[in-house]
Write a protein that binds this ligand. Structure first.
Ligand SMILES: NC(=O)c1ccc[n+]([C@@H]2O[C@H](COP(=O)([O-])OP(=O)(O)OC[C@H]3O[C@@H](n4cnc5c(N)ncnc54)[C@H](O)[C@@H]3O)[C@@H](O)[C@H]2O)c1
Length: 331
């Protein structure tokens, strides 16, 4: 892939997915700019957070490392709150991107469900502000949605054509975001792609999703706590697979005006994840607690569409990706 001559802006680009993606686009030769407030699941929120000290300082270190990597790759960082339409548009006018990747929001379902207003403002108001700019002849708008738009997965898993029946604020907002993007395509011809990732894990994630919590608990010699019976299944996806898929989306015209599931493509149980962890931390004790009732029943996201249309080929089954992730912690 050669992205020479392209100008890519990432809204929410200092986050977990965003910074990996910004670095990958830069590696392909694009001029890359990140717009991020650094305030949600990021520096200022952790600095102000009452979280346990070890978690707080580890998260701050990881985010500082992201920022160092961005700087070293000559990616410009604009510390801007995308809720502020005027400042956002002024910044985009300065950057003049041909492609926008939209990742901002409260990316954690539990947190979004607890604070619907903040989730609405950071996920949808920011989106609307970005779309207002994007009507000016943008070549490609990529929206990061979520597998949570499906709600309870049907037996056998979800394809992009599975009807969306989200449960809880997070899934509803993600689906609303998709509809906002599509509406701009219908009314203004905005070329878009919607990506539905799920259960990501990998280096420098501070979101405290299950994989991160498991590893950090094991490293500290604490028991690992599973919500529910351990039989719940997720399509665990290593960050490098999502990055590969997104680069394909950015490089192929046939990705435009389409929706793609971009995951590993095979669900695994939380108990499987715990077993994988035990290979490296055999003494770790597993405990079981109550399940979050707003979490839908999930499973496999079928990725045949991305495979056949884009040539997407995920390379990291859980055992391989998780081992890489654990090694990174141990370095
Ligand atoms: N990580 C996953 O497993 C996963 C799965 C499915 C979907 N997604 C979606 O992908 C997107 C990115 O996820 P992530 O894991 O990188 O999340 P993240 O929390 O690491 O990153 C989100 C970034 O958005 C920024 N942001 C939030 N509000 C902002 C605002 N008002 N102005 C400017 N910046 C703002 C934050 O500072 C943060 O850096 C999210 O929309 C999320 O819903 C993530």
């Amino acid at each position: 892939m050669n992205f020479q001559g392209r100008k890519i802006a990432l809204i929410g680009g200092a986050g977990f997915i965003g910074h990996h993606l910004a670095l990958a686009c830069r590696n392909q030769g694009a001029e890359v700019s990140v717009i991020d407030s650094l305030s949600i699941n990021s520096l200022t929120s952790f600095i102000a957070s009452p979280a346990e000290e070890s978690h707080r300082s580890r998260s701050i270190q990881m985010i500082q490392e992201r920022l160092r990597l961005l700087e070293r790759s000559q990616i410009s960082l604009h510390t801007v709150d995308a809720r502020d339409a005027k400042i956002l548009v002024r910044t985009l006018e300065l950057i003049k991107p041909d492609t926008i990747l939209f990742l901002a929001g409260i990316s954690h379902a539990e947190r979004a469900n607890k604070d619907p207003r903040a989730a609405f403002e950071h996920g949808l108001v920011t989106l609307e502000n970005t779309l207002d700019y994007s009507q000016r002849g943008l070549a490609h708008f990529v929206y990061f949605s979520s597998s949570m738009v499906y709600g309870d997965f049907p037996e056998g898993g979800a394809t992009e054509d599975t009807p969306c029946k989200p449960v809880g604020v997070y899934g509803v907002l993600k689906l609303a975001g998709e509809k906002f993007v599509k509406a701009r395509h219908e009314s203004e011809g905005l070329p878009y792609t919607i990506i539905r990732p799920s259960a990501l894990y990998g280096e420098r994630c501070v979101s405290r999703r299950v994989g991160q919590v498991f590893i950090e608990s094991a490293l500290m010699g604490n028991p690992v706590s599973i919500k529910g019976s351990g039989e719940d299944r997720l399509d665990f996806t290593y960050i490098e697979d999502l990055i590969q898929g997104t680069l394909l989306v950015l490089s192929q015209p046939r990705a435009k005006n389409e929706i793609f599931n971009l995951t590993y493509g095979e669900s695994r149980s939380i108990a499987d994840l715990a077993e994988t962890l035990k290979v490296y931390f055999p003494k770790t004790e597993i405990q079981y607690g109550p399940k979050d009732f707003l979490m839908p029943k999930r499973g496999t996201l079928h990725i045949e569409k991305a495979k056949s249309l884009l040539g997407y080929f995920p390379r990291y089954p859980l055992e391989v990706g998780f081992q890489k992730y654990i090694r990174w912690y141990q370095l």
